[in-house]
Design a protein around this ligand. Structure first.
Ligand code: FUC
Length: 827
């Protein structure tokens, strides 16, 4: 390669260093086939087109609208009227009243929108040879290589978290061979100008809904700017509009982009840096862009790349997974073969690492959390507004964050949920006369907490309660008091709402949520009514147990709010029991109604099995940590397992698990059931039926939750830690018979490495981050545990768990910073 700032040697094929690369031998034909780069905030979809490269840009703050004041028509008195209907068995009417009183508008929330396109026109590159493009998950760099007119060209693109810029590099193996025109373009509400070496795209979001065809900026729309600085090594650089600008062949005569950007001619190499800024309507995003670019003005490409790769790689390298040998074929072909029934366990491994890569790209401290599409979206009104949907999707986006060792990525979620408290208080008081805060089905950058969809979906006040389960996991995994201090005020306020929202059941001595819904699923009553609005569905029993149980535990650990904790404990005693229904599965509602759609994609009543574990703590009575035991739930572990399995299988028998995220949840549930065959079958299905060639999840359309939930499900099959023990290889599919993993995290502050062969554990190491009791369970006899320097550790062998025998289950005292080798016996 020529050029002083040359990149490391290229190699599109899996190299000796690692094999976590997606690669293709043709450019992306459409957006969803492009390859994502992102630094949590700024993202690009790299199409890999030689003659006209398109990097479709996003900034995670670019949303239409503002925080809308959605005052409902009804209030707490109307809530009583709805409840009366529910007590009288008038469910359809209750649902209608919810709409009338509480659903302020059904237009959803405001959409997340694209920033624009970075376009690189390279004349004469229309007919490339020896083409390759790839995405290196370890380095976080996307690369395109080809030969045009005998010259080998290489491009790289990455989005740097340490420096806040997206960088593109073009190099050639001939000096002076790089000609390019660099433009920014957005087909709505923005204008681009090129001056000297800089293209600036400035615009303002047009608010939707309303006249979404309008082209005039205005309304509440935020102002945004994308700014591109072009640096050439050798050759000339000038604004295309400049009379002195060099002329290069026009490779895009159809271009209608403003000003036609910057022209580079005869360069050895070119670096293009993109910064973005978003500001409120009265602000100006220019400063942010200028500051970002000024901060890297003294750094050459190699320095920027090095900093980016170091930052990215440190995070990616925390977990290594080996499920099989790499397959030397383009990723899309491999996916096709899986669709044809071939086995490719390495693709599963790649999918797992991709789920980690995508979270790093879409959620970093200080950014917004990953939305329905992470941060990658090309539409002005994307599917479901690319919003934050709270009845599974946003939560699923973070299911893997802890276990897959990317805990800092979940900071953004904690901050976001914290941001619900203020608007959510208003929503709780105005509508229900309740203390605390709540959130409903949808939200957006503006922290909408009210109902914005028909009551069928939208009247579901449990969004905050579910998000608190994610928040709890931070503490559960770290055991760190600082995490507990951070999340407790949020949990407490969510519980304040819920305990206030609970109401006496008119006939039983129960406290119930009413109205609520088992997300999006409709039931049919004996008298033929069809509704989603209901009295405390099973999911609400589980959500309430989860939230109150955690609040009680937290209050105790922090030595606070004893009175409030006692109030919650009293409420817990009065929740309706969960139980099995007619089909042997877990009842989804308080009564054993018939489902209108037995193959529904949501399995909300299994929330308490995965991601939560409402039975944690033993099989009866209050547990040592103050959480309710299973006696309160009228189901013991074996009955719960059986009921969950029956519910899941019934759903699947009727066509459930058909969206990407639903399939991902299915994988995780089979993992918790200890069913490796179920895991294997649904991982295959996820890849075959719900994955685009770019390995992005297909709901369809693209929705990122399946990637994240799928990654969590794969981890769950390897290590579990939800019920007080670290369970090694609990649900290994046959296809993964030989393998190894390192760096998965387990609750209590542990990290786990393992190797296995013929489906049996060979060895494992557990590293302790804090002092405490460590319980380990394997499927083979655990002979001994030794410290890293070979000292035997005192073990006790309690009775084991519901699924294990004492020989397979050991307990020992672990010390912070120490690592423990688990020695397993031959069967
Ligand atoms: C929920 C799901 C849909 C979709 C949407 C964004 O409403 O039921 O399948 O994922 O969120």
């Amino acid at each position: 390669m020529s050029g002083r700032e040359s990149a490391p040697d290229s190699d599109s094929n899996p190299g000796p260093d690692h094999d976590d690369r997606l690669w293709y031998d043709a450019p992306a034909a459409e957006w969803v086939e492009a390859l994502p780069v992102g630094n949590g905030r700024l993202g690009g979809m790299v199409h890999g087109r030689p003659a006209r490269e398109r990097v479709a840009l996003n900034d995670d703050r670019l949303w239409a609208g503002h925080h809308a004041d959605r005052t409902p028509d009804g209030g707490p008195d109307d809530l009583d009227a709805v409840r009366e209907c529910l007590w009288d068995g008038e469910f359809e009417r209750a649902q209608r009243l919810c709409n009338e009183f509480f659903v302020t508008d059904t237009t959803g929330v405001q959409p997340y929108q694209p920033l624009g396109d970075l376009l690189l026109d390279c004349p004469g590159h229309d007919d490339p040879a020896e083409y390759r493009r790839n995405l290196d998950l370890r380095e976080g760099v996307s690369r395109v290589e080809y030969t045009a007119d005998g010259t080998r060209f290489e491009r790289e693109c990455f989005a740097s978290a340490p420096d806040g810029v997206l960088a593109v590099r073009i190099e050639a193996d001939e000096p002076g061979a790089v000609d390019a025109r660099v433009r920014l373009d957005r087909d709505r509400s923005a204008r681009a100008t090129g001056v000297d070496d800089t293209v600036v795209l400035r615009g303002q979001v047009i608010d939707l809904p309303g006249d979404d065809e309008a082209v005039e900026p205005g309304g509440w729309g935020q102002r945004f700017e994308a700014r591109t600085r072009v640096r050439a090594e050798g050759g000339t650089v000038a604004a295309a509009a400049d009379e002195e600008a060099p002329s290069i062949d026009d490779c895009d005569p159809e271009s209608d982009a403003d000003g036609d950007g910057i022209v580079v001619a005869g360069a050895d190499a070119v670096t293009v840096l993109v910064a973005a800024g978003v500001a409120p309507p009265e602000g100006d995003p220019r400063d942010e862009c200028q500051e970002t670019l000024a901060a890297v003005a003294g750094d050459d490409y190699a320095a920027l790349r090095e900093r980016h790769v170091a930052d990215h790689r440190e995070r990616m390298d925390r977990v290594d997974l080996d499920l099989g040998a790499p397959v030397d074929a383009p990723t899309d072909e491999r996916l096709d073969r899986v669709r044809d029934g071939e086995r490719d366990t390495h693709l599963t491994q790649l999918y797992f690492q991709y789920g980690r890569y995508l979270l790093l790209g879409s959620s970093r401290p200080g950014t917004l959390p990953a939305n329905l599409q992470g941060i990658w979206n090309e539409e002005y009104r994307p599917p479901w507004d690319s919003d934050f949907t709270l009845d599974v999707n946003l939560e699923m986006n973070y299911w893997h964050a802890e276990v897959a060792n990317l805990r800092e990525c979940a900071d953004a979620l904690v901050e976001f949920v914290d941001g619900f408290r203020e608007p959510g208080r208003e929503t709780a008081t105005e509508r229900y006369g309740c203390e605390g805060f709540c959130a409903h089905l949808h939200s957006d950058r503006w922290h909408t907490t009210s109902q914005t969809a028909d009551a069928h979906w939208g009247h579901w006040p449990m969004g905050a309660a579910w998000l608190c389960q994610n928040l709890w996991e931070r503490y559960a995994f770290s055991g760190d008091r600082a995490d507990l201090e951070r999340i407790y005020p949020i949990l407490r306020e969510a519980a304040e709402f819920l305990v206030d929202y609970l109401v006496e059941h008119p006939e039983e001595d129960w406290l119930v949520t009413a109205p609520s819904a088992s997300p999006e699923n409709q039931y049919r009553t004996d008298d033929g009514q069809e509704a989603t609005t209901c009295v405390m569905p099973t999911m609400d029993v589980q959500l309430t147990r989860d939230l109150f149980g955690h609040c009680i535990e937290a209050a105790d650990a922090l030595d606070r709010d004893a009175e409030f904790a006692a109030e919650l404990a009293e409420a817990l005693d009065r929740l309706p029991p969960m139980g099995a229904g007619e089909h042997g599965g877990l009842r989804e509602w308080l009564h054993d109604y018939e489902e209108v759609n037995p193959g529904h994609r949501h399995v909300s009543h299994l929330f308490g099995y995965y991601p939560a574990d409402v039975l944690h703590g033993g099989d009866g009575g209050a547990t040592a940590d103050g959480r309710p035991g299973s006696a309160d739930l009228a189901l013991d572990r074996a009955e719960f397992d059986e009921a969950v399995r029956a519910s899941l299988e019934r759903r699947l028998d009727h066509g459930g698990g058909h969206t990407g995220w639903s399939c991902a949840w299915t994988i995780a549930l089979f993992a918790r059931l200890g069913d490796g065959a179920g895991v294997g079958e649904h991982v295959r299905k996820l890849l075959a039926d719900s994955t685009y060639d770019s390995l992005l999840d297909a709901h369809p359309p693209f929705q990122i939750d399946g990637n994240f939930g799928g990654t969590a499900g794969i981890a769950e099959a390897l290590v579990q830690s939800h019920d007080g023990a670290i369970r090694l290889l609990p649900a290994l599919p046959d296809a993964w018979n030989d393998g190894s993993v390192s760096g998965l995290r387990a609750r209590g502050g542990f990290e786990v490495d393992m190797a296995w062969s013929d489906g049996a554990l060979d060895a494992a190491t557990v590293r302790a981050e804090r002092d405490g009791i460590c319980r380990v369970e394997a499927s083979d006899r655990i002979e001994a545990v030794e410290t890293a320097d070979g000292r035997p550790v005192d073990l006790s062998r309690p009775d084991g768990t519901d699924r294990s025998r004492a020989e397979e289950f050991v307990e020992f005292r672990a010390s912070a910073g120490e690592s423990y080798d688990i020695v397993v016996g031959e069967d």
